[in-house]
Ligand binder design. Sequence first.
Ligand SMILES: Cc1cc2nc3c(=O)[nH]c(=O)nc-3n(C[C@H](O)[C@H](O)[C@H](O)COP(=O)(O)O)c2cc1C
Length: 186
Amino acid sequence: MRVFIGYAGEHGATRGIAERIAATLTGQGLQADLTDLADERATAPDHDACVLGSAVHNGRWIPAAAEYLRRYTPELARRPLWLFSVGLARVFGGPLERWSQNPDPLPAVRDLLSPEDHRLLAGAFERAHTSLPGHVIFRAMGGHYGDHRNWPEIDAWTKDIAHRLLSAPSGKEHHRNGAAPSLRAL
Ligand SMILES: Cc1cc2nc3c(=O)[nH]c(=O)nc-3n(C[C@H](O)[C@H](O)[C@H](O)COP(=O)(O)O)c2cc1C
């Protein structure tokens, strides 16, 4: 079974998570194809399932990932699909975490794609990633620089994906038999 893993980020934390997901799926006996969604050669998935993730910047997915979701909504909707967002909201918790549970464009496409799951994962943040005003706000909020990625959580989530794919290979039957969603609805 082939799984498409697409990701977009800016400073490498999301790529690292995508690589880890690919390695874990491979270890579970699946074939994982990793693609940077900012790569202009990224094409429509023709895989048995998809895992797509993006860093969250200012409450939104990275444009390359958002554009991929919109462009390939019909293809993605026909396959079992897992989504993940990477940000610091998981580190801060509270209202920021609740706000970041639905980064754009997920609210607009969630019903069309009906993903199996969407996870908000903790990312990484260094002083060099932000401006002086951003640094002041971040520290005033009590933020700490560093790599906050939670590998046991990511591994457990990935193993659950593998388990579900291997135990229900027919996947998203209702989408395969139904009409493809219309991009006009976006
Ligand atoms: C300009 C900028 C804006 C950000 N905005 C958010 C945000 O709105 N919500 C959030 O949870 N994290 C936010 N972050 C934190 C990043 O999403 C986090 O550091 C993530 O790990 C970055 O992934 P990357 O290394 O793949 O780019 C922001 C980071 C930057 C640099």
